[in-house]
Design a protein around this ligand. Structure first.
Ligand code: GDP
Length: 583
């Protein structure tokens, strides 16, 4: 990552007021948000306090009911599916629709979210991952399902290999925008870590749906092969002979093709909505990296952007949230997502299916270490370079969170009298097994927690096992194997019944979003050495946070709080100035 890009990482340049002032965009600064969530979940401490004198309590009480969720059936037999070539290539498509889905299909296809028109072997995760999770609490709307099927037909008609695609690429080569074309495209290019990428890609797909475009993905080697193709009978990957190749070199904050720079240079204007399409360049670059989200979300901007047949989007944020504040999209979004907190959940389950290689890692690990458990607790510990919380502080925060929220079983000292009593009680009934999945770049948290349960029995006599799939120590987004492990771990976390994530981490957002689970969020302390208070809060929504919204909503008065404009867009628990969808 170059220096300019680094200065704009989601955590490096937040618009955080310090001493009453707001730092400008792109300024590099160390900022400790220090915000304390008000939506604190119910704190369960009384039992803990009462037994404190007797027990050496390492973790909070193991409350929680026995999950109804059973381990996945490995003997799962796949119903034959129609192949992609049988699927009709037009938007209207009902003639070749498959037979009405059975109940089994409804689960397998996430309530119709997924098309049945794929070869299962080419992407084993697609139809199997539903077996590894509790059924989702959220159903996709009929309208979303219809729009997705129509989108798939459009993608086949306009996507790589289709004659319309060849025509569109010729126009792109010519350097001039074509007169309104039947097929318009968004090319997404990756930036930052995998969590950032998945959030921005899901946002770009939603934007594509709303603007009737076709989504294509620039997949550099480290991104290639992570995910299955999401659209049946076509590909979302840019073909090798695509005229634009040097994405990293061309699409920077200084790019003359960026919408913002074109506007600043007077080449286009959001007022100038009558400019004819063919006088525009052949593509526009929409730079939505976290510091630059100001310049795209006014209706006037959208009208100008709609004229470009090719658009390149580079972003590392969940800008989908902003689309809900654009009046032109309001009614369509309401039909697509009657449950606003499930937007990313549905988009991610639709788009992100680990490739067979990644799914192999997920399945093997799950079967070996998690399948037998009665309850799976996922703990994601992310220590950010700009907030280097010392190990003991972070570990202490995890323990306090667990105590407050009753997340992990309590332990007692081996020689404690209470031990014999509780073990005896537990021996009368079947012992529950809790598997704790720790994901982190470091192994210390796993080792400490595992050591606690290795050395001490639990107060209930139940069993706890602790596992960590990998600990690469450093982020290596440029390495495919590293990204495969990261994706595998995001998926494994998403199979957990309870999920504890680290504030501000997009890796954590994606995991609980895929799961459809409201996480417990380990809040960011005001500084690395200071304790976070409270240690964690239970999120009120499964949606990710848009950490860097535009500074100002177009049309609104200066100082208008964007978190108070509509009831379903409010501020995030972990990033005070961020926005997310509720309800
Ligand atoms: P964020 O930085 O926490 O918002 O999440 P990102 O996913 O965008 O970037 C962090 C990157 O660091 C990940 O994509 C991984 O490459 C790596 N990483 C961070 N935490 C973990 C972890 O627990 N497991 C693995 N395998 N990789 C991790």
């Amino acid at each position: 990552m170059d220096a300019a890009a680094r200065a704009r990482t989601p955590r490096g340049a937040h618009k955080v007021a310090i001493g009453g002032g707001e730092l400008g965009r792109g300024e590099k600064a160390c900022r400790w948000p220090g915000w304390r969530a008000t939506a604190r979940a119910e704190v369960v401490v009384l039992g803990f306090l009462a037994t404190l004198a007797l027990l050496v309590v390492m973790f909070g009480g193991g409350a929680g009911s026995q999950p109804a969720f059973a381990s996945p059936r490995t003997e799962f037999v796949q119903k034959p599916v129609s192949t992609a070539s049988h699927v009709r290539a037009d938007d209207a498509g009902s003639d070749d629709d498959p037979a009405p889905p059975t109940r089994h299909d409804q689960d397998r296809l996430f309530g119709g979210l997924l098309s049945p028109a794929f070869d299962e072997q080419s992407c084993r995760s697609r139809y199997a991952s539903s077996l590894y999770r509790r059924p989702s609490l959220f159903r996709p709307s009929t309208h979303l399902v219809e729009r997705l099927r129509r989108y798939e037909a459009r993608h086949r008609r306009c996507g790589p290999g289709a004659p319309l695609f060849k025509d569109a690429v010729e126009h792109l080569r010519s350097g001039r925008n074509a007169v309104q074309s039947e097929c318009q495209y968004v090319v997404w290019t990756p930036f930052n870590g995998l969590g950032n990428r998945m959030l921005s890609l899901a946002s770009t797909f939603l934007y594509t749906l709303l603007t009737n475009r076709v989504l294509l993905v620039h997949a550099p080697q480290e991104f290639d092969g992570l995910f299955c193709e999401p659209f049946p009978g076509s590909s979302w990957t840019l073909p090798a002979d695509f005229p634009i190749t040097d994405f990293a070199g061309i699409f920077t904050m200084w790019s003359s093709t960026s919408y913002k720079n074109m506007r600043q240079a007077g080449a286009i204007s959001s007022d100038n909505r009558n400019v004819s399409s063919e006088r525009l360049p052949s593509y526009v670059f929409l730079d939505l990296i976290q510091s630059f989200t100001d310049d795209a979300f006014c209706e006037a901007d959208q009208r100008v952007l709609a004229k470009f047949n090719w658009m390149v989007v580079k972003s590392d944020v969940y800008f989908a949230t902003m689309l809900f504040l654009i009046p032109a999209y309001e009614s369509e979004l309401a039909r697509l997502f009657p449950e606003k907190e499930a937007v990313f959940h549905h988009l991610a389950r639709y788009l992100f299916h680990p490739s067979n290689d990644v799914w192999g890692i997920v399945r093997r690990f799950y079967e070996a270490y998690l399948a037998r458990a009665d309850e799976r607790v996922g703990l994601q510990v992310r220590v950010f370079p700009e907030m280097p919380i010392p190990f003991e502080n972070m570990y202490g925060q995890i323990v306090r969170c667990s105590e407050q929220e009753g997340l992990l079983p309590k332990v007692v000292q081996k020689n404690d009298a209470a031990n014999n009593h509780s073990s005896a009680v537990a021996s009368e009934s079947r012992k529950k097994l809790t598997s704790v999945l720790v994901t982190s770049l470091f192994s210390d948290y796993y080792e400490r927690i595992r050591g606690v349960y290795y050395t001490n029995p639990t107060a209930s006599g139940d069993y706890v096992e602790v596992h960590q799939p990998s600990h690469d120590r450093e982020q290596h987004t440029e390495a495919r194997g590293h990204n495969q492990r990261a994706l595998a771990e995001i998926y494994l976390l998403s199979f957990c019944d309870r999920i504890v994530t680290t504030a501000v981490s997009t890796f954590g957002y994606v995991a609980h979003g895929l799961a459809g689970v409201r996480p417990w969020v380990l809040l960011r302390p005001p500084s690395p050495e200071a304790p976070a208070d409270p240690a964690c809060v239970r999120s009120e929504t499964v949606e990710p946070c848009l950490q860097a919204p535009p500074r100002r909503k177009c049309g609104a008065d200066e100082g208008t709080d964007m978190g108070a404009m509509v009831p379903y867009v409010r501020h995030c628990e972990d990033v005070r100035e961020g926005l997310k969808l509720f309800g």
